[in-house]
Ligand binder design. Sequence first.
Ligand SMILES: Cc1cc2nc3c(=O)[nH]c(=O)nc-3n(C[C@H](O)[C@H](O)[C@H](O)COP(=O)(O)O)c2cc1C
Length: 248
Amino acid sequence: METANKSMLQQFLEATTLEQSAVTPASEGKAPPLAEKPFPPDAVRIPLPEPGMLPDRNVNFLEIIELRSTLRQYNGAYLTMEELSYLLWCTQGVKMVLPNGDSRRNVPSAGGRHPFETYLYIKRVEGLSPGLYRFLAFEHALLAEAALDEIEEDFLAAFRASQMVENSAVTFVWAADARRMTYKFGNRACRYLFLDAGHVCENLYLAGQTIHVGTCAIGAFYDEKLNAALKLKGESEFAVYGAAVGKF
Ligand SMILES: Cc1cc2nc3c(=O)[nH]c(=O)nc-3n(C[C@H](O)[C@H](O)[C@H](O)COP(=O)(O)O)c2cc1C
């Protein structure tokens, strides 16, 4: 069949088969991309409560699974720093750094490539000025990116459900650096990036459920606007998925 007659989905599937993806930068012995987006050495980093100090939650696992549902309205209460640390630990926490710089985390990732940076639009977290932050997974710390008044208008305009984002305690955005994934998987990385994001968000739903924090996954955002608000180039770095959270 001519390419022109094939659906976009069919073209995508054919362009991303394992066979199409045999030769990759990794298979050609090229150097890997950085495992974390760099930041200036003098940037202010805000340490988060240590993962090892987070309290164990005694929960009924099946109940947590069964109670999970999407929550779009929040009660306006603030999250504590400990709760934010817990949600970040469960979604992107680095358990181990391997000798080659790769990481093992609390979520699975194809080839252990972990392509995401987590951006946090923080409105209601005790002890943090509202604004845009980035989670530094390897340091388990926050990097301040922009004050609320610098980012609010552009960030909110990037979501169809901007009111929900505005009312959230925190809105997470997972932005991919596609090079981390294409390095090992070539074209097939286009599938794995989006699969990886699902695991991350599901952990957010489940972790939130254990601490009375409700979650709404967000796929309905305007790519260009969100990438611009986060200062992502849009080609190899782009927003993949988001989630609003708040207390219930
Ligand atoms: C990939 C994905 C994207 C979603 N995007 C949105 C969204 O942009 N806005 C929204 O209100 N809900 C969004 N949702 C939530 C779904 O609407 C919700 O999961 C669905 O209605 C089922 O409800 P439940 O999660 O309570 O089981 C999304 C869910 C997924 C998995």
